[in-house]
Design a protein around this ligand. Structure first.
Ligand code: ATP
Ligand code: MG
Length: 297
């Protein structure tokens, strides 16, 4: 079941195209909240929640998420709770919103306090990210869900810890954003981080995660998913939602081919994937190789 909370306090505006706001909620936690009238479109709320549930079911490192109820009264009290556009500011719309929880730890007097968060970590000096290998698993997810954006993350560090932890955020462009279509987008989901895929030696490095999707259990990942999403986030168009989930189910068997295409188009992202092992796949993204083609490394 998805967590449901009520927004109780306005904190500040966040950066980014969806013009999210940081709010404190009834569970004492802080959430980055995206509103139904955000400039990127209402469906990105559905995308965020669908992706958060699926990634959570796969055990990927994503933030806790919640359906946040924002009351009219809070909007009236906080002048800055607006969406800015060239034509002026409009108030954020009340009602259900998508919330991505800020990583926090217990502070004094039992209050939750956010921990250290960075959008980027410099390569020099190198900082240890204890779960850096999760970039590989997340690429399988992003190929499956047709993330049309680059892979955005945050690096966090709890007080007293030396190492960072990576968490995957901003899944609004999964399912090809508002389109809810599944083209082959080789660049989609790639991380700009130089070390993201350095452990990848070939398609075998992804195989465990591909198998999880392709097995019967992969289909069960989609069970009851439609029931979790507030209907107002997809214009109550259940046909479109079921179409999306059907496409997603079929695409479980195309991920290997999509990864090959990405490797072929962007070899620089996979410095240790020897090209002589590259197999050429059908442009129709069949799951089995058509022929092996040895290339010069
Ligand atoms: N769970 C979270 N904890 C902390 N910060 C977060 C969390 N989720 C998002 N953020 C931050 O909030 C801001 C907006 O988030 P996000 O990237 O999801 O929104 P966006 O408006 O879609 O951005 P973009 O312009 O990249 O499309 C970013 O600075 C991001 O780092
Ligand atoms: Mg973003």
């Amino acid at each position: 079941m998805i967590t449901k909370v009520v927004a109780v306090e306005y904190v500040r505006r966040m950066r980014g195209g969806s013009q999210a706001h940081l709010l404190r909620c009834s569970d004492g936690e802080y959430y980055v909240v995206k509103f139904q009238n955000n400039p990127q479109g209402t469906r990105i709320l559905a995308n965020e929640l669908l992706a958060a549930v699926l990634a959570g079911r796969l055990g990927l490192p994503v933030p806790e998420s919640a359906i946040v109820d924002v009351a009219e009264l809070l909007l009236k009290r906080a002048d800055d709770l607006t969406i800015q556009s060239g034509r002026g500011n409009v108030s954020c719309s009340p009602g259900t919103c998508f919330g991505s929880r800020l990583p926090s730890e217990a502070g004094p007097y039992g209050i939750r306090v956010p921990i250290e968060i960075h959008s980027f970590l410099p390569d020099c000096p190198p900082q240890k990210v204890r779960n850096n290998a999760e970039f590989v698993r997340m690429l399988v997810f992003d190929k499956w869900t047709c993330n049309s954006d680059f892979r955005q993350v945050m690096f966090t560090r709890a007080s007293g810890s030396r190492d960072y932890t990576v968490t995957m955020i901003d899944n609004g462009c999964c399912f090809n954003g508002l389109e809810w279509s599944f083209p082959n987008l080789p660049r989609g989901g790639l991380s700009p981080r130089a070390s993201a895929y350095e452990t990848v030696l070939g398609i075998d490095s992804f195989e465990t995660w591909i198998q999880i999707l392709e097995d019967d259990a992969g289909g069960q990942l989609l069970d009851h998913l439609a029931d979790e999403i507030p209907p107002e986030w997809y214009q109550r168009d259940r046909k479109a939602l079921h179409g999306l989930l059907g496409d997603l189910n079929r695409r479980r068997h195309h991920v290997r081919a999509l990864l090959y295409t990405t490797r072929w188009k962007f070899p620089q992202c996979f410095p240790n994937w020897a090209s002589k092992h590259t197999l050429i796949y059908s442009p129709l993204a069949q799951s089995r190789p058509l022929r092996a083609k040895a290339k010069e490394a």
